[in-house]
Design a protein around this ligand. Structure first.
Ligand SMILES: NC(=O)c1ccc[n+]([C@@H]2O[C@H](COP(=O)([O-])OP(=O)(O)OC[C@H]3O[C@@H](n4cnc5c(N)ncnc54)[C@H](OP(=O)(O)O)[C@@H]3O)[C@@H](O)[C@H]2O)c1
Length: 322
């Protein structure tokens, strides 16, 4: 497990080589291209290929994003054109809530759409259908690992209560918890609870969906290092040891979001960033075609300040949810 990385202890990798060991034994590239809200067409295929050209080797999709076919086509074509084996690419996709009672069929459908023989990492997208539902889904996910359809399995949007329901019942341990985390909603309590239980953190909305890139504190740190505000937010996540999932469909942003390994945030920078948490929560994606936030009843632990943050308190800057 990767702990906090200090300026002294930082490894000097690059976006292609920087990876983290999962408890399953597989390496996961620390930077992924997120493809939420990316269409199932040539736009996403092109974005994924730009990402691979820029050194990314990890794509974060989900059946709910409805773009697994575009992702799969891009992987196949780019690997063939560049003589790169599929095994060098890390593909994550997720089980949508409504499919928790039919996991095997959902995995088979994702494999069909991706046109792949296996998925590197398969996540329960959220615990919202309930404990009984996700425990039963987990058994089927374990069977998919046994069958070689999936290499590692994990969870997303799980809080402490959900982790503690799952872990004693898991023959195969979840390797990651994918949760929202960026300096404006660091999710520090849940990060600690997750790390304590031996899971890797994957941070979604690592740039707060662009909602706070013009903040003076971020701009000052960016200017000090000759980097962009987005790179500062992403580098903060890297130094915490998170796997980060920046999303973009724009070539120059995809490239810039990978240029994170040629500078180090010092302790002063990290202190400033660690004090920006104001509960600016983007949230889990809403129903199709809407920008609705996660359901109001969804249990989420508080921010680093320890409140039972529901995404509303101190949320002056909240924009759309993902
Ligand atoms: N498990 C879950 O429930 C969950 C929930 C949310 C997200 N996720 C995952 O995490 C990924 C990332 O999260 P996200 O999409 O919510 O937010 P994000 O990555 O923080 O932000 C994406 C937004 O920022 C813009 N952007 C990208 N690079 C930029 C840059 N360098 N400068 C300025 N703006 C930039 C993008 O626009 P352009 O595309 O126009 O560049 C897009 O509008 C998702 O794609 C998905 O894979 C998972």
């Amino acid at each position: 497990m990767v702990g906090p990385v200090t300026a002294q202890g930082i490894s000097k990798g690059n976006v292609s080589t920087q990876s983290v060991k999962l408890s399953s034994g597989y390496d996961i590239p620390q930077v992924a291209l997120g493809v939420y809200k990316a269409p199932n067409d040539g736009t996403t295929e092109q974005a994924v290929k730009w990402a691979f050209d820029a050194g990314y080797r990890h794509i974060d999709s989900a059946s709910r994003y409805n773009n697994e076919e575009a992702v799969g086509r891009a992987v196949k074509e780019w690997c063939a054109a560049n003589n790169v084996p599929r095994e060098q690419i890390f593909i994550t996709t997720k089980l949508w809530d409504a499919d928790q009672s039919s996991v095997t069929a959902a995995i088979d459908e994702s494999l069909r759409k991706l046109d792949m023989k296996y998925i590197d990492l398969y996540l329960i997208h959220s615990p919202e259908p309930g404990i009984e539902s996700f425990l039963s889904a987990w058994k089927e996910m374990e069977a998919a690992v046994d069958a070689g359809k999936v290499r590692s399995i994990g969870v997303s949007n799980f809080d402490e209560e959900h982790l503690d329901a799952l872990l004693p019942n898991a023959r195969i341990k979840p390797v990651v918890n994918q949760i929202e985390s960026h300096p404006f909603f660091a999710h520090e309590v849940l990060r600690e609870q997750t790390l304590k239980r031996g899971l890797q953190i994957e941070a979604y909305s690592p740039m707060a969906q662009g909602a706070a890139l013009d903040r003076a504190e971020i701009k000052a740190i960016a200017s000090k290092h000759g980097k962009t505000p987005a790179q500062v937010l992403l580098r903060w996540g890297i130094q915490l040891g998170n796997v980060i999932l920046p999303k973009s469909l724009t070539k120059h942003r995809i490239e810039a979001n990978a240029q994170l390994f040629d500078f180090v945030l010092d302790e002063d920078d990290m202190d400033i960033l660690n004090n920006l948490d104001e509960g600016l929560k983007m949230g889990k994606l809403g129903p199709p075609g809407t920008s609705a936030p996660a359901s109001p009843g969804a249990t989420r632990p508080g921010s680093r300040r320890g409140s039972s943050n529901n995404g509303l308190a101190g949320n002056k800057l909240q924009m759309s949810s993902s």
